[in-house]
Write a protein that binds this ligand. Structure first.
Ligand code: PXL
Length: 277
């Protein structure tokens, strides 16, 4: 069985980061190992959330794993807390990267043209460094704009030239596979576009846009990509399945009259994901 290490916060309530990554990666048949970077009472879209930083636990936990000779097939980072933690991740990659380890970085920090409350431009620059140390990165347009010093454009203003230029600038950071999420190249559609720098190939996947936005969908997309790549899917198939699954989950959530405002009903759609081809 493949073993995936995922490193992100625990938002105790909120359906995001580790509370999505663990069930999704497990459902897709890989062992999920977690390294929590912080414990929050909720995600940061709630008011008055509490935070306990766990940076001081990273070293002792990883040292113990090294002493046990633990190996990972994938290392997947999501929401991290501080620039110092990004340095800790770069160190962790060098300690645990084997010949076939997939290093997957989702530089979670921003959406809709704005940084999340906890972050500033210095953090965005550090995230760009972390992306350079990855094999595959999956920023949204906002995150990519901050990391490449390009202008942020809303979906209605996307065109192929803008997206390809952004992918080229991301590739300069250093990852082999660069994927942009929230790409809209046709009215009424949204999806992903990726560039494999080794082959020079682009991959575009567009699905119908649903006019609703929910928290945690980026984490759902990334966890699904990692899980599917561990199931042997190509990065292109993994992106397609993850985009379809995320859209399907948003649709199902919208039809739930009792939906919580803070996350999606991925629990209802996991059985479909397991069967996805
Ligand atoms: O879903 C991304 C995410 C993860 N973790 C925390 C967050 C967010 C987005 O706001 O606040 C704590």
């Amino acid at each position: 069985m493949k073993r995936v290490l995922t490193i992100q916060d625990i938002s105790c309530l909120g359906k995001c980061s580790i509370t999505i990554a663990l069930p999704v990666i497990s459902a897709l048949g890989s062992e999920a190992v977690i390294l929590p970077t912080a414990v929050l009472s909720t995600h940061t879209m709630f008011k008055n959330f509490t935070v306990k930083d766990l940076s001081d636990q990273i070293e002792p936990i990883t040292q113990h794993w090294l002493s046990e000779d633990v190996k990972f097939d994938a290392i997947y980072t999501g929401y991290l807390g501080t620039p110092e933690q990004i340095d800790q991740m770069k160190e962790l990659f060098t300690q645990f990267r084997g010949e076939n380890t997939l290093v997957f970085v989702d530089p979670v920090m921003a959406d809709n043209g704005k940084l999340y409350p906890a972050f500033d431009m210095a953090y965005a620059k550090k995230n760009a460094e972390l992306c350079g140390a990855a094999d595959i990165i999956v920023p949204n347009i906002t995150e990519a704009a901050f990391m490449t010093d390009m202008e942020y454009r809303e979906e209605k203003d996307h065109d192929e030239e803008y997206i390809k230029k952004m992918l080229g600038r991301l590739a300069e950071l250093g990852a082999r596979i660069n994927v942009l999420t929230g790409v809209s190249l046709e009215p009424g559609k949204t999806g992903v576009m990726g560039l494999d720098t080794e082959t020079g190939d682009y991959y575009l996947y567009q699905n119908d846009k649903i006019n609703a936005s929910f928290h945690g969908t980026g984490d759902l997309f990334s966890s699904t990509c990692v899980g599917e790549m561990m199931r042997g899917k190509s990065w292109q198939d993994a992106m397609r399945i993850a985009a379809e699954y995320t859209a399907r989950t948003i649709e199902v959530t919208m039809h739930n009259p009792d939906k919580p405002w803070y996350g999606v009903d991925f629990e209802a759609t996991l059985p479909e994901l397991i069967l996805a081809k």
